[in-house]
Design a protein around this ligand. Sequence first.
Ligand code: ZN
Length: 107
Amino acid sequence: MGKNNIDDYLGGRYHEIYERLGVKKGHQGGNWHCPFLDGHLGVDAHGSFSISNETGCYHCFTCNHSGNLITFLKKKGIDVKPFLAELGVPTSSIPKKNKKKKGWRHE
Ligand SMILES: [Zn+2]
């Protein structure tokens, strides 16, 4: 199998990448400080933010934010393609934008 998935390029490096994006390691248990808590609930002193080094998926047990590296970059207002290109991920391996669901609920 060739490399065709973003995780094939970045799996095992996600912690390093999030650290570079300013997410800080917590004091205990390998958890991190939630980058979304600043500003509205104060600094997350406990480190309740969990990041998978293999998939880049994150979840915060305090504010319930979850997502992956791409959603994180978007939340931070960082251009996804140039950022990933710099990490060696070819554009073809970057998941396409989610198509907007045309549900009757959102119109
Ligand atoms: Zn949080």
